[in-house]
Design a protein around this ligand. Structure first.
Ligand SMILES: [Zn+2]
Length: 111
């Protein structure tokens, strides 16, 4: 299969309301600009139920990924915060621990 530019077509995913997630073959210059009009569906037609379901689930995934990213950010802050608290607490009790921590972190980087 070749497009009208005589190049191997690329697989593209349509995200329009009538064809959410339906794949088709298009000109490899599809995203570049100088594309030809080659077009061929790869997937079968999508039923009405799935046309509603796919965009809903896609939206849900986007929302959950945003929440996950926010949780990871908060977790990082919490870990750094508690590590700092432990560090402050232990160095108050025994200043030698501070030296041990420095030695250990130096050996981590020199290995
Ligand atoms: Zn082409």
């Amino acid at each position: 299969m070749m497009c009208y530019c005589n190049k191997k077509p690329i697989l593209v995913v349509a995200w329009i309301a009538d064809n959410p997630g339906r794949r088709f073959y298009g000109c490899p210059n599809y995203w570049v600009g100088q594309k030809c009009r080659f077009f061929q569906w790869r997937d079968d037609e999508i039923c009405e139920r799935v046309k509603v379901l796919i965009p809903q689930q896609r939206q849900r995934i986007i929302q959950l990924e945003a929440k996950l990213a926010e949780c990871k950010k908060r977790e990082k802050v919490a870990v750094v915060g508690s590590a700092y608290n432990i560090f402050q607490h232990t160095t108050k009790l025994n200043p030698n621990i501070f030296i041990v921590i420095i030695k250990k972190s130096k050996s981590m980087f020199t290995k």
